[in-house]
Ligand binder design. Sequence first.
Ligand code: NAI
Length: 244
Amino acid sequence: MTDIKYALVTGGSRGIGRAISLKLAAMNYHVLINYRSNKPEAENTLKLIEAEGGKGELICFNVADPKEIGQVLGKWIDESQHTIEVLVNNAGINKDNLLLWMKAEEWSTIIDTNLNSFFYVTRLILKDMLANKYGRIINIVSLSGLKGMPGQVNYSAAKAGVIGATKALAQEVGKRKVTVNAVAPGFIKTDMTKDLPEKELKKLIPLNRFGEAEEVAEVVGFLASKASSYITGETISVNGGLYS
Ligand code: NAI
């Protein structure tokens, strides 16, 4: 066993997950950068980390596939004997449609990727955190999960589900000094929002702009740090004042 500290960021190949990976690496974490299929972009995240003098490695699994999570992440945990101290459940997708037209597949894929992934990944990591009497679990949710967004009934339900799970798990594990919090971004400039009419939407935002992935990563960095030791079960919005 070494005293290297490990963090896992799901969906670390781009966007908010990449910014979080860089932030945690700057905080001296060896970052496990999870990706599903975009290996070149995951490698770019690792290169950016290494360029700043940080450390990390890639770990490929689909967060919506419990079998693959067990085979890849479970194996990493068993074989490395390392404890993951910080888990950021960041991977997520949206498939927007009005409920009236929504296909069962659009519902289930979103629930699998955004909500069920929380259960399967967190369950694997939690055991060691509890044994270690320390851990930080940070779930990237959304304004949609707080407010509800038309056209996103599936995504809003999944993110609201993670917010509920965050509050419940925080109460289960607090005695072991494991904290569980959520970060709820509003409109952040990533691939997920690149087709939205930014000019129109920014008029609704008090800070009059979309946010940057790094602005979300800063809050995640705080929640991952010892400085946040008395905060648990909380959801922090990073939305430029759009909704509170
Ligand atoms: P993005 O589309 O740029 O990145 C999503 C990441 O998740 C990618 O790295 C992708 O490969 C990964 N991913 C998706 N499905 C996966 C799977 N099945 N297994 C493993 N990895 C998978 O989007 P962005 O904006 O960086 O999103 C990150 C998180 O922030 C998501 O949970 C999203 O719901 C949330 N969010 C984003 C907002 C925004 O305005 N961009 C607003 C509110 C929440």
